[in-house]
Design a protein around this ligand. Structure first.
Ligand code: SF4
Ligand code: SF4
Length: 95
């Protein structure tokens, strides 16, 4: 089963309060200069939460599957990440 197909088995309850954010957006510009595109957070995220618009990182935090990979992959520790509030975020549809 492809990752995209597995993502369809998940259910999301949107938390209005983003559970992840970029600490210093300026750092992402430096990251792009140093690592090129796609930047590490974009490369590792299985849910396409991150995208680059040429100037800054765009976050679609509602799609996050809470794997934690971006936190580990960011070489500048520039991602503030918490689990969504209780009962919100991702859940397994058949779990
Ligand atoms: Fe920004 Fe970190 Fe992503 Fe680089 S890896 S673009 S510093 S969040
Ligand atoms: Fe993507 Fe996983 Fe980071 Fe969520 S925790 S933004 S799914 S890499």
């Amino acid at each position: 089963m492809r990752v995209e197909e597995k993502l369809y088995t998940l259910r999301y309850k949107r938390d209005e309060e983003p559970h992840l954010r970029i600490i210093n957006p300026q750092q992402c510009l430096e990251c792009e200069r140093e690592y090129g595109q796609p930047q590490p957070c974009i490369s590792v995220c299985p849910a396409n939460v991150y995208s680059w618009n040429g100037e800054k990182l765009i976050l679609s935090y509602e799609n996050c599957v809470e794997c934690g990979a971006c936190r580990i992959a960011c070489p500048f520790h520039n991602i503030s990440w918490n689990y969504p509030r209780y009962g919100l975020g991702m859940s397994l549809r058949y779990g």
